[in-house]
Design a protein around this ligand. Structure first.
Ligand SMILES: NC(=O)c1ccc[n+]([C@@H]2O[C@H](COP(=O)([O-])OP(=O)(O)OC[C@H]3O[C@@H](n4cnc5c(N)ncnc54)[C@H](O)[C@@H]3O)[C@@H](O)[C@H]2O)c1
Length: 264
């Protein structure tokens, strides 16, 4: 028996990084998994791990409605929703002064509106079942703002707060619909490599830049891997977490411990 055997999981952003690692782990642990993403290689990723693929731009209400209805029709329910789709936004102009209103809206549109829509469209299915688990991927920066990536930080802080609203709603009327947020630190994916590359352009090597950043700021000393986050998500999705809702889970190698000081 796998840890999520017999469950149906819908994973937005499931074609990349953390979402893809989560999809693969859930398939291994017995779930039927639908990857919902707009990436061109989405069908290939899904095929390679034994998942299904659905085309989805998370900013589109109509597409969410279609993907949720189709998944529900085909599999007779949705027990797990992971909102992992996200973008880091423009890394050249991301301070409060340099972020354009259009960019602010683009980042919030995908990271926040996309998460809101996913929760809203799946909730009636979970209410019919009277149970389900929603995991929203926020970020460690939701706790620790910086002068940069202000739209990204704002969107992730909003996801953290919104997740608690969803958790409160999901527990009404005797329902067992849980919602938690997961807060990754520095995880080796396309997104982090892009961010680190912009922070240390002199290195001309995104992975080296990310590794240097990890050595300098993470007490445990190394970049996290997508699987590190996937394992946290798997726990929250499984019945093992039956008493866990409205909470925040950091997967950051202790990065939070270093605020106000360097790695010793
Ligand atoms: N990598 C990190 O260090 C890190 C740290 C904190 C939080 N996160 C969060 O984890 C989540 C996953 O990020 P990742 O690092 O795996 O990045 P990634 O870029 O590797 O994957 C993101 C996925 O989201 C998809 N996506 C983007 N826009 C979309 C849209 N409009 N509709 C549907 N899908 C869309 C992409 O196609 C991609 O498959 C994001 O929400 C990110 O903010 C990542």
């Amino acid at each position: 028996m796998g840890r999520v055997s017999g469950k149906v999981a819908l994973i937005s952003g499931g074609a990349g990084g953390i979402g893809a690692a989560t999809a693969a782990l859930m398939v291994k642990e017995g779930a039927k998994v639908v990857i919902a993403d707009l990436a061109k290689n989405g069908p290939e990723v899904a095929n390679s791990i034994g998942a299904e693929f659905a085309s989805l731009d998370v900013t589109s209400e109509a597409e969410w409605e279609q993907v949720v209805a189709e998944t529900d029709r085909k599999h007779g329910g949705i027990h797990i929703l992971v909102n992992a789709a996200g973008i880091e936004g423009d890394q050249k102009n991301n301070s409060i002064l340099s972020t354009s209103l259009a960019e602010w809206r683009r980042v919030h549109g995908i990271n926040l509106d996309g998460t809101f829509l996913g929760c809203q469209k799946v909730m009636p299915v979970m209410e019919r079942q009277k149970q389900g688990s929603i995991i929203n991927i926020s970020s460690i920066v939701s706790f620790f703002p910086t002068p940069f990536n202000c739209a990204y930080g704002s969107s992730k802080a909003a996801v953290q707060h919104f997740s608690k609203s969803v958790a409160s709603w999901g527990a009404r009327n005797g329902n067992q619909i849980r919602c938690n947020s997961v807060h990754p630190g520095l995880i080796r994916t396309r997104m982090l490599l892009n961010i680190a590359g912009h922070r240390a352009p002199e290195l001309n090597n995104e992975l080296a830049a990310a590794q240097n950043l990890a050595k300098a700021t993470i007490p445990l000393g190394a970049l996290g891997e997508p699987d590190d986050v996937a394992l946290q998500i798997l726990y929250l999705a499984s019945d093992e977490a039956g008493q866990v809702t409205g909470s925040e889970f950091r997967v950051d190698g202790g990065w939070s411990l270093n605020i106000g000081g360097g790695r010793r």
